[in-house]
Write a protein that binds this ligand. Structure first.
Ligand code: HEC
Ligand code: HEC
Ligand code: HEC
Ligand code: HEC
Ligand code: HEC
Length: 410
């Protein structure tokens, strides 16, 4: 039997450091650049300059990768390249017809280029209407969050300042391919990620808290004052890795787990009181930041042969749980940066030679798996949508992994 500790008093959130940095992170000119770079609706790129080669005209990641192979390799392994995977595509194949306005909101983060969107809103027609987009490129849409979505506007390239000559900002053009590029300091700041990883103040709140609040969580942590940006952890040395909750090594880097047992040896009929501590020591925002993953902390007694002792399993869950329709928050046990949770395990010892076994399991797609299951059960999608969502469900169910396992003799 699994006893849920979540509702008890055993799970305490202890404030360790409450350093709050009010440091202004973006300069006014960076703020203006970002507002122009990330409009709510991206205008089409327009026709390429006449002197562009075929390669330079292409917006596809494979073309950029001809000259930037390391970025292509890294990006391809990242979730940004899967931003139009079966989980979202399986919903949008139907939604694009039934509700293009909502679909466009999804596109704005998952496939932001106009060329990745099959419909455009035209205000030229009477009262406005959705028109088929003649520039729509279905293959580019399936590529998800492509290089050009972050780097190309009106056919012009934008990137960070060169590491070699950081003092040079603005247009750099010395006969380089794609007419050079514009060097912008904002590329190296957290603000660059904000548009998609932070909801606006007027967006939907659940229990008073935004559904996506990663940038603000970071801003209130000690990291801005230390000059640690999203890129410092997610794009080390400018690598396009973006590893997160789906990557075991990344998650391990983010937390410190320890177990405290009583100093003296325990005998049958003694009560074991152990404390499992999980500290957010290396995550730049809440651990985890979204309401989609869950982290399960499981403890139980095992005997000398390694067999579990009946009735001793206990579980605590770290995460933010909501109902599927997001109308209600059920609990929120995420750990703010610098804080920790102390989970108490109490159990009467019944035999000799017992050990405490503790495991920490991450289910990165916990919410999505439940969501896909429910959509499939309600038969709310077309044949094409259903096949995609079945694939998404399978992927979500297979994405869990362990980050910690230990056995401590009592
Ligand atoms: C024909 C080769 C070629 C192609 C194709 C190409 N690039 Fe480049 N790119 C270059 C070269 C060369 C530079 C200049 C690097 C330098 O001098 O710092 C550059 C510079 C850049 C920079 C600026 C780097 C910095 O230091 O900020 C970015 C960003 C960039 N390219 C992205 C892209 C993207 C995105 C695509 C596809 C839409 C692309 N490139 C296609 C060759 C190419
Ligand atoms: C145009 C929108 C957009 C921008 C800009 C953006 N992201 Fe993302 N990011 C996404 C989407 C959408 C996903 C989810 C992809 C998927 O799985 O469908 C994602 C996924 C991620 C993940 C993986 C999360 C996981 O579950 O493991 C990380 C890490 C991440 N982004 C970090 C960043 C950082 C750092 C920046 C800024 C340098 C950034 N992103 C900029 C849209 C964006
Ligand atoms: C503000 C940006 C934003 C918007 C708008 C947005 N998403 Fe996402 N979406 C993300 C990010 C970031 C992630 C990755 C974080 C996570 O794992 O929850 C994500 C993950 C997902 C995933 C799970 C990963 C995958 O690709 O299977 C699905 C499904 C999804 N979004 C569907 C949608 C749908 C449908 C809409 C429109 C109703 C939408 N999203 C609108 C940013 C956004
Ligand atoms: C989610 C947005 C995003 C996507 C998608 C993206 N990049 Fe970048 N790229 C960035 C950011 C941000 C930086 C700067 C990171 C920093 O300064 O720490 C960068 C830096 C670069 C640089 C300069 C690297 C250096 O060492 O100076 C190049 C070149 C580049 N990107 C090319 C690409 C190519 C090619 C792709 C697709 C295969 C791509 N990018 C996809 C956001 C993105
Ligand atoms: C000090 C390092 C650090 C900084 C700074 C940081 N992150 Fe993370 N991030 C992590 C680690 C470690 C994980 C894996 C553990 C987790 O998911 O909480 C992670 C996970 C994520 C995820 C996965 C989804 C989830 O629910 O956790 C996203 C998305 C993400 N980060 C985006 C960002 C963005 C955007 C910023 C900047 C506003 C940022 N991160 C700043 C270390 C960092």
């Amino acid at each position: 039997m699994i006893r849920k500790l979540i509702s008890g008093l055993a799970l305490l959130i202890v404030a360790m450091a409450s350093v709050s940095a009010a440091t202004q992170q973006l300069t006014p000119s960076e703020e203006i650049f970002l507002q122009g770079h990330w409009p709510e609706v991206m205008p089409p790129q327009g026709s390429p300059p006449a002197d562009y080669s075929l390669l330079e005209r292409s917006l596809s990641p494979a073309s950029c990768g001809q000259c930037h192979p390391q970025q292509l390799l890294d990006w391809s392994a990242s979730l940004h390249s899967k931003a139009m995977g079966p989980g979202i595509y399986g919903q949008l194949v139907d939604m694009v017809e039934s509700d293009p306005a909502t679909t466009r909101i999804c596109w704005s983060c998952h496939t932001p280029l106009a060329e990745q969107q099959e419909k455009l809103w035209s205000s030229i027609t009477d009262g406005g209407s959705w028109l088929a987009n003649r520039q729509f490129d279905a293959a580019l849409q399936r590529n998800g969050l492509v290089c050009a979505a972050c780097h190309v506007r009106q056919r012009q390239l934008f990137g960070p300042v060169r590491s070699t000559t950081p003092e040079i900002t603005g247009k750099i053009d010395q006969g380089l391919p794609h007419n050079g590029f514009s060097a912008e300091t904002a590329f190296s700041k957290s603000g660059f990620c904000r548009g998609c990883h932070q909801f606006g103040p007027d967006d939907y709140r659940l229990n008073g808290k935004l559904i996506e609040n990663t940038y603000n969580e970071w801003k209130e942590s000690r990291y801005p004052a230390q000059g640690v940006q999203c890129q410092s952890c997610h794009m080390p040395k400018r690598r396009h890795l973006w590893r997160g909750i789906h990557d075991p090594d990344m998650v391990k880097q983010g937390v410190t787990i320890s177990i405290d047992l009583p100093g003296k040896q325990l005998h049958p009929d003694d009560t074991l009181t152990a404390t499992i501590t999980i500290a957010n020591t290396g995550t730049g925002h809440y651990f985890p930041t979204y309401l989609t993953p869950k982290v399960f902390v499981r403890a139980r007694l095992i005997d000398a042969a390694g067999n579990p002792v009946e009735g001793t399993a206990q579980e605590a869950i770290i995460g933010r749980e909501a109902t599927l329709d997001l109308s209600q928050e059920l609990y929120d046990t995420r750990i703010p940066p610098g804080d920790l949770v102390a989970i108490g395990y109490q159990q009467v010892v019944t035999q000799k030679n017992l050990s405490l076994k503790v495991e920490v399991i991450v289910e990165p797609d916990h919410f999505y798996a439940r969501f896909y299951r429910s959509v499939l059960a309600n038969g709310g999608s077309s044949d094409k949508g259903r096949v995609l969502l079945e694939q998404a469900l399978k992927d979500a169910e297979q994405s869990s992994f362990s980050i910690y396992e230990t056995v401590k003799p009592l």
